[in-house]
Design a protein around this ligand. Structure first.
Ligand code: NDP
Length: 614
């Protein structure tokens, strides 16, 4: 295979994917395996391009002398010719005669133009089969050009122009528009553009404080869990009342570890049951799509039935409460062993199966963030399984155990109102996550983060043992609340849930089918990847309305614990920090993915999570 033609740091002209436009870009790296260059556009967008889509700047300067002006009329003529092209074109192209082909090449040369309207330099030329076929698996569809041109126009013209584009893409305004037909065809065009896939390269920007940060987090996270649990066990869980450390041997019990293993295996068996539909995930960097079985909700129902049977046979579920710390230690030991296994197996994984976020080459960093994106044993997807089943369903079971423990310890015939609220709110949250299991396939956890210590510990230890802190707290620290207070907290939880659910559904529905008539009143900004960014509805209110709803719910989960201690508020405080950090990570990824369009979105929707505050 020939070696690379362009060096790192070299400034060249890179074709904007799916279009006939060339921009000035800088080569940042080269993937020897996939033979793709990672290039950076001036607006910050990073894309992987084939060598055939990159040209030296000098070749453009040479053509400049041949070029004529880039008048708008020329441009529109180029576009109208493009529009007649259909996705079936490549086959026709292959049938072309040699003379036609020669003619075509000459034609292409003639129409090469260069403009100097603004930076980045824009070059238009008539597309040819050769050019359009160079894109990884994308159909030869010059309609894609239209999208790129729209983006380009946005870049070149001031904000008024964006307003025009937004109006153009408003489905509502189209209804009465005379040009309905034309615009609809343009929308189809927009939807037809395939996302640009990027072959994973080395992770250059380290998150979580890099190597030192991830090293420290590996100790800090388990320490925090044990500190919180020990605090909760104390009669006075004030922050300054530091708990005394238990004897090491009291933390481990083989039987508890056995119960934990049984739980994990039971969930694995439920996951493997051939019930529930099988769906495809988002395309991987290779273009391949993995299949996932959606049966989390069934697993939950089966678990509920199993727990019912246990209770019927007088199994003391508060065993969980009595050995809570030992269960946490077992889960932590298991997640550490799992992380070691995951890292070792990732060393043999092919380059294209490594996680975009966990391929730095630094052991600690990759071990923590996860080196392999989708580790699977056969069709058993370890990350997908751990994300929603043993930990999340385990959280509900722990809450129930706390409720029973409260009744037993305090000799109650019914659980306290506070305990009922905490159990119900969190049950709703878990059931919602399992009911909408498919939505997890588009989250950062699945598409970007590898499976390593961070997610293994997070899913198996942090979620079940920290998120159940309020219920654990209430067992040792009974809190009485009145019915009006309970009603007010319930309303707060419902408001949070409504925002959280409708925002997530709005985006998920839009991603699945942008033409859905139910979304006809929403406006969006088109982007060069083919996906739009909603600018009205919940996603026009703040940039992460789903986080806002989630935080409101988190507050409603803590309030039933009263105001005697800050400990039950740990969750809401931690959750705000987590989501602010997550929002920043997502923002960074979106900026890379969408470049200028994302900046436009941020201008239009200035607040990230809290309206008028942040
Ligand atoms: P989000 O659901 O917030 O999705 C972010 C993605 O949405 C972006 O990367 C982008 O992806 C897309 N997007 C962003 N803006 C727009 C827009 N204007 N229009 C259309 N699409 C847009 O991701 P998370 O995974 O962070 O969160 C999912 C849910 O999980 C949230 O409700 C969150 O609160 C919850 N969560 C809960 C946690 C917990 O511990 N309880 C932890 C983390 C999250 P693209 O364009 O590629 O589609």
């Amino acid at each position: 295979m020939p070696g690379r033609k362009f060096a790192d740091g070299e400034v060249v002209m890179g074709r904007w994917p799916g279009s006939v436009l060339y921009y000035e870009v800088q080569v940042t790296s080269y993937d020897d395996v996939a033979h793709l260059y990672t290039v950076k556009y001036k607006d910050g967008t990073e894309l992987a391009l084939k060598e055939s889509d990159i040209r030296s700047q000098s070749s453009f300067k040479h053509r400049k002398s041949q070029s004529s002006s880039s008048s708008p009329s020329r441009r529109s003529s180029s576009r109208s010719r493009s529009r007649s092209r259909s996705p079936g074109r490549p086959a026709r192209g292959r049938r072309r005669s040699a003379s036609q082909s020669r003619e075509h090449k000459d034609d292409k040369k003639k129409t090469i133009q260069e403009t100097s309207l603004a930076l980045p330099v824009l070059v238009l030329f008539k597309p040819s089969e050769n050019n359009t076929k160079r894109y990884n698996g994308e159909p030869e569809s010059t309609e894609k050009n239209d999208t790129s041109c729209i983006i380009l126009e946005q870049k070149l013209k001031p904000d008024l122009e964006i307003k025009r584009v937004l109006e153009q893409y408003s489905l509502r305004s189209r209804k009465d528009d005379k040009k309905k037909e034309e615009i609809y065809s343009e929308k189809k065009t927009f939807m037809a553009v395939k996302p640009i896939e990027k072959v994973p390269s080395k992770t250059k920007e380290l998150e979580f404080g890099g190597r030192i940060g991830t090293f420290m987090l590996m100790f800090l996270l388990p320490a925090t869990v044990f500190y919180l649990l020990l605090m909760c066990k104390q009669d006075d869980p004030s922050l300054l009342n530091f708990p005394s450390l238990p004897a090491l041997e009291s933390l481990w019990e083989g039987r508890v570890f056995g119960v934990f293993l049984l739980w994990f295996l039971l969930q694995a068996v439920f996951y493997l049951l051939p019930i529930g539909k099988v769906v495809e995930g988002l395309p991987l960097s290779t273009g391949r799509k993995l299949q996932y079985r959606i049966n989390g909700f069934y697993a939950f129902l089966l678990t509920a039935a199993a727990i019912g049977v246990l209770l019927y046979f007088q199994f003391e579920l508060h065993y969980l409460y009595d050995h809570f710390l030992q269960f946490a230690v077992s889960a932590a030991a298991f997640s550490l062993a799992l992380s070691i296994y995951l890292y070792v197996r990732s060393l043999k994984a092919p380059e294209e199966e490594l996680a975009p976020g966990g391929n730095s080459g630094y052991f600690i960093y990759d071990f923590f963030t996860g080196h392999e994106l989708n580790p699977r044993i056969g069709s058993f997807d370890l990350k997908y399984f751990c994300e929603l089943r043993p930990g999340l369903i385990g959280w509900v079971v722990i809450n129930l155990a706390m409720l029973l423990a409260e009744m037993k310890i305090h000799n109650l015939s019914v659980p306290s109102l506070s305990m009922i609220l905490v159990n119900s709110f969190q049950l709703l949250y878990v059931v919602d996550a399992l009911w909408n299991e498919e939505a997890i396939l588009t989250t950062m956890d699945i598409t970007h983060d590898g499976f390593g210590f961070m997610l293994a510990f997070g899913d198996l230890v942090w979620v079940p043992f920290v998120y159940s802190l309020q219920a654990f707290y209430l067992v040792g620290h009974p809190t009485n609340i009145t019915w009006p207070v309970a009603a007010a907290i319930t309303v707060l939880n419902c408001v949070g849930y409504y925002i959280f659910r409708s925002a997530n559904s709005q985006k998920n529905n839009f991603r699945r089918n942008p033409a859905d008539p139910k979304l006809a009143n929403l406006k969006f900004i088109p982007t060069a990847t083919g996906k739009g960014l909603l600018v009205t509805g919940w996603w026009g209110f703040v940039r992460h309305p789903n986080y806002l709803g989630d935080i409101i719910m988190a507050l409603a989960w803590s309030l039933p614990c009263g105001f005697n201690h800050i400990l039950p508020y740990f969750y809401v405080i931690y959750f705000i920090c987590l989501l602010v950090h997550r929002e920043a990570r997502d923002e960074h990824h979106c900026k890379q993915k969408y470049g200028l369009a994302w900046e436009r979105y941020c201008q239009r929707v200035p607040y990230r999570i809290f309206p008028y505050i942040y």
